[in-house]
Write a protein that binds this ligand. Sequence first.
Ligand code: PEP
Length: 271
Amino acid sequence: MARLDKIYLGTNTKMYKTIADTVDYLMGLNAFTAEVPRSRLELFVIPSFTTLDAARRCIPAVKISLGAQNMGWEDEGQFTGEISPLMLKEVGVKIVEIGHSERRHVLGETDLQENKKVLCALRHGFTPLLCIGETAEQKELGVSDEILCMQLKIGLHGVIPEQAKNLWVAYEPVWAIGVNGVPATKEYADEKHAVIRQTLVELFGYEVGSDIPILYGGSVNRDNAEELIQMPNIDGLFIGRSAWNAASFSEIIQAVMPLFFARKKSFKSLI
Ligand code: PEP
């Protein structure tokens, strides 16, 4: 399974960091992780749109992949305030983050809109990072699994297995994200990742479905990153606040990598 050859670690800087802040941050992160072979680490940063051009110029794409926090689903048109896939291509973006909890729950995006964005991103050769996750109320009502399946089945409607090879998924429970968030326990997160995996296999078949990376996000920090990454169904971490300082993010990266690859070794010995 190619998915197990690499660990996926990245951050979305939300509506923080100016161009100068982002360049500083990326240069620092690149320097702190200089010795880490990129054949084993997919390191990505998703900064704000205005920083992307400067960001791409300051760090080679092979070192840190760049993503966009959102994207419109048409190439051009009368869509004030939206950003076109063609514009993102122009500035060297690899990843397009789709359906972050704040876009769904603060800005009112729907699964059907996320689906249009996923299809558009795939059509343009981007890697869509589809974010899904249940709210606290849905968790309380015991429908988390159903919500995750629904978000995947609508969000990925019309995606064919060949395209799904370029897809990443982030499980980010809404109740776990941000300053008031409570991180999911490692057991809970792993269980939900297994539900997601099962749905991906149902949608795309075993070979493709079992190779799509699934990242956990929601109040990941230096204290819980190590236990999360040791769980068998977690392929990477999508980190907010705890990754916005280059030295602290790099500390997390150095701490989790050996644990991830030790886990991989024991997994391989089972098959
Ligand atoms: C996020 O917003 O996607 C996120 C994971 O944030 P934090 O780690 O700060 O909870």
